[in-house]
Design a protein around this ligand. Sequence first.
Ligand code: ADP
Length: 170
Amino acid sequence: MIAIYPGSFDPITLGHLDIIERGSRLFEGIIVAVLCNPQKSPLFPVPHRLVQIEACTQHLPNVTVESFSGLTVDYARLRKAGAILRGLRVLSDFEKELQMAHTNTTLCKELETIFLATSTEYSFLSSSVVKEIAQFGGVVDHLVPVNVAQDIYRCFNKTPPAVTLNTTIK
Ligand code: ADP
């Protein structure tokens, strides 16, 4: 069975990569599907994200990467995928993901959503956390693949750490 792993991946983190690696051992093929969402203003444009994901999944021969827009179920049908792969970190993920899975079932009964629990070391990790650290010039090497960390440092043009004191205590 082919599974699609849809998401924003802005940028891909080691938590995403862990789900992809583990998913690639369970499924015949995984398609990492970057959702083009015109409502979000991204850190990296979609074509750049595709290059980043391709570079860090090179060691996984049954993983391919592409972008899509529209409904995930329609995209899954187009790719003849039998499953949607998603990751779960915390309880708040569960609520959102379960609602999405149920909604997708109403649109396409044959498509199963398969959840993989995060590996404990990545349970706190999200693309937003990475962006928050990066905008203040913090170190992100332990959070994202090497090629993505390089892109982030280039993008913010900063060398960590940069601390500014805004108040003076007398
Ligand atoms: P979306 O905007 O669709 O939530 P994301 O790129 O944020 O896209 O996440 C894609 C999927 O990866 C989601 O199912 C999310 O729960 C999962 N995910 C994100 N970070 C992690 C992590 N650290 N560990 C496990 N799963 C994760």
